[in-house]
Design a binder for this molecule. Structure first.
Ligand SMILES: [Zn+2]
Ligand SMILES: [Zn+2]
Length: 310
């Protein structure tokens, strides 16, 4: 039995709207999902034994994990492991979140999920140029701060994990860097920190290009992208850096002399990450730009006062 999608709600629980899964943004840095209290007890399929008996082709009975309660619990675990930041509890990629600015991205994200090979043995043919067995395409989502890139990616993770049981890892790039540095100081190797990011079905790197852009930072990025590429696994990226100097993020250079005029750098994504990483991303991902007003400013009623703030 497939888990119903959130848009095909079957009951009217006001906490979970029929998905039997609730997300709690209150505790900790990340959203936690759990089974909603409306989930029937005992489980209508397995009577809480957690297993269901099925006959194999020889007519022998075998126990499989209950598709109702156990599958849901497994999907919840996948969501909690992905680490969605606490301010994105409302991000679920539902039709109600769709509007004229983001509808092309919505369509692309749902297509990526729909066409993702459910069986680990099947690879999709695509245009990544590696023959018929190749990595399903990911997405580089560019756009100004506040256009809703992270919101869409967090919703993508919700759909992948909770609805479809596809594993994801979500990391803001700067957080990943601090995690690595913290690891060094406690004797944890780079690979120990990175390997969960390599094994997930989807890796989502949020805010690529944020940071000081040192050689070390670019090396980490290169490792992640190359390793994913070599194991035929897609990568998803958001970035405030776009492909044109006109629309990319403006960063104010700090000048010591206050009387000096403000100087800005306007790195395109290509300039920011360098040729090698850029061309690899080009090969692995769709490139799309999200336009529109700063949604955070609309929400808080503030006017645009800073340039390049995130
Ligand atoms: Zn409920
Ligand atoms: Zn059950």
């Amino acid at each position: 039995m497939e888990t119903k999608t959130k848009d095909e709600k079957t009951n009217s629980c006001r906490y979970c709207q029929g998905t039997y899964v609730v997300t709690d943004p209150i505790t900790g840095d990340y959203i936690r999902a759990e089974l909603c209290q409306c989930f029937p007890s005992p489980c209508p399929v397995c009577r809480d034994t957690r297993f269901q008996l099925e006959q194999d082709s020889m007519g022998r009975e075998m126990a499989i994990a209950c598709p109702e309660c156990e599958t849901r619990k497994r999907h919840i675990k996948l969501f909690n492991r992905a680490r969605i930041p606490k301010n994105y509890a409302q991000s679920q990629l539902l039709r109600s979140e769709r509007d004229k600015n983001n509808s092309h991205i919505f369509h692309l994200l749902t297509t990526i999920i729909r066409t993702y090979p459910k069986s680990k043995n099947i690879s999709l043919p695509n245009s990544a140029g590696k023959g018929s067995v190749s990595v399903p395409r990911g997405l580089v989502l560019m756009g100004a701060p506040g256009t809703g890139k992270t919101h869409l990616m967090a919703g993508f993770v919700y759909q992948c994990t909770i609805i479809h049981g596809i594993s994801c890892m979500f990391r803001p790039f700067d957080k990943l860097l601090s995690e690595l540095k913290e690891g060094y100081s406690t004797g944890k190797s780079e690979m120990e920190t990175i390997s969960p990011l390599l094994s997930a079905d989807f890796l989502i790197i949020d805010d690529l290009g944020k940071g000081r852009n040192t050689e070390w930072e670019l090396n980490i990025l290169d490792t992640l992208i190359t390793e994913r590429y070599n194991s035929n696994k897609p990568i998803m990226v958001t970035s405030n850096h776009t492909e044109s100097e006109k629309t990319t993020i403006k960063e104010r250079l700090r000048t010591k002399d206050k009387s000096e005029e403000d100087k800005f750098i306007t790195d395109t994504l290509y300039k920011r990450v360098g040729e090698r990483i850029y061309s690899r991303l080009r090969e692995m991902c769709y490139f799309e730009t999200l336009e529109g007003p700063d949604r955070r400013e609309i929400k808080s009623g503030l006017s645009r006062t800073t340039v390049g703030a995130n």
